[in-house]
Design a protein around this ligand. Structure first.
Ligand code: NDP
Ligand code: X2W
Length: 310
């Protein structure tokens, strides 16, 4: 029998993208509720309990409610795309390339918390340097980022696209989370293995999908006489052989004049760049991804595949 997959929130931005990836497959049985019934709790509870894997594409509160609907006695496995469980010890963090053992942990997990889009880029850049001992745990990390506006879900999409919307946004690019308390900080800190809370400044551009996450570092504050080439070598070795995360060569990093935030829109992979003057004194680490690809729906499908194979 084919495994039954239910996407709770399948008519939202992340859910639709997962559904379009899964609707092309014949190795799974996609179970569904009609769009008009998407908030029918009795139907949701029924499908949640019928599924082998439930993928929650809901706001945090609705994800917590769905976990309540699952109760204790069923065997449904869960991938949650919200922020609700990403630092919860009872959940496995769904960033498969974070460590060599992480894909195996996801494969055997009952509950998998899909990473946030910005943390996917930030942790990808930071964690290997922490693990190698190059980046001190108390380093004051700064993360600067720009996201496509689909990152804000249906509500932000409407504000950006609908000129008649009461809260229409006509800016081509805007900074937000100005109080520096973005909801992604706890997972960046925990899974980035950082003692200090990072300083995170996100922004949104007038494009639908795509994302750039930047982590600039002072080389003289890293351990030893670290060079830009050393940083590149650590990242390159960490992600060697991975299908969804690739480190651009130093040649490509050195010859690129610009990085286009939309370059990976519609794709499920992430590319990392180590930019700067080879003589120092700084290095700028850059992650390029689709907020709805490796940043959400692509990663959820990657995790589902690991769980089905596990
Ligand atoms: N967009 C992105 O790039 C990313 C999103 N995420 C996360 O994924 C989750 C989904 O986000 P996104 O798809 O962007 O959001 P959307 O607002 O686009 O979609 C959310 C969906 O959930 C439905 N929903 C809301 N509350 C309930 C409820 N109580 N019961 C049943 N259905 C409900 C909504 O229905 P209705 O239309 O009626 O409101 C909508 O269909 C969020 O937790 C988000 O933080 C994670 C990474 C990236
Ligand atoms: C552009 C935009 O508004 N982005 C969202 C984050 C999108 C996302 O990844 O949400 P999760 O918390 O579920 O990971 C934000 O900053 O709140």
């Amino acid at each position: 029998m084919k495994p039954k997959i239910f996407i709770d929130g399948e008519h939202g931005t992340t859910g639709l993208q997962i559904r379009s990836r899964l609707s092309r497959r014949d190795d799974i049985d996609l179970i569904s509720i009609p769009e008009a019934e998407r908030r029918n709790d009795a139907m949701r509870e029924d499908k949640l309990n019928e599924a082998d894997i439930a993928i929650l594409c809901l706001p945090d509160t609705a994800s917590r409610q769905a976990m309540g609907m699952l109760g204790g006695s069923n065997s449904t496995r869960v991938i949650d795309t919200s922020t609700a469980f990403r630092t919860d010890a009872g959940w496995t963090y769904g960033f498969a390339e974070m460590e060599r053992t992480q894909a195996g942990k996801i494969a055997g997990a009952r509950f998998v918390a899909n990473p946030g889009c910005y943390p996917t880029g930030a942790i990808a850049l930071i964690r290997p340097l922490r693990m190698a001992g190059l980046l001190p745990s108390d380093y004051p990390v700064t993360v600067n980022a720009v996201s496509g506006y689909t990152g804000g879900g249906k509500q932000l999409i409407a504000k950006m696209e609908d000129e008649a919307h009461a809260e229409h946004i006509d800016a081509p690019h805007f900074a937000y989370a100005l109080s520096l308390r973005h909801k992604h900080l706890p997972e960046m800190q925990q899974h980035g293995l950082l003692e200090r809370t990072p300083l995170f400044s996100p922004s949104v551009g007038r494009f639908a999908q795509g994302m750039i996450v930047q982590v600039p570092l002072h080389l003289d504050l890293l351990t030893g006489n670290t060079t830009l080439a050393d940083v590149h070598e650590i990242l390159n070795a960490h992600y060697a052989g991975q299908s969804f995360v690739e480190v651009a060569t130093l040649e490509e990093c050195g010859s690129s004049e610009r990085i286009n935030a939309e370059a990976l829109a519609g794709q499920d992979n992430m590319r990392l760049f180590v930019c700067g003057n080879p003589e120092g004194p700084h290095v700028n680490l850059v992650a390029l991804l689709d907020n709805l690809g490796k940043g959400a729906s692509g990663a959820a499908v990657q995790n589902m595949d690991l769980m089905l194979a596990g």
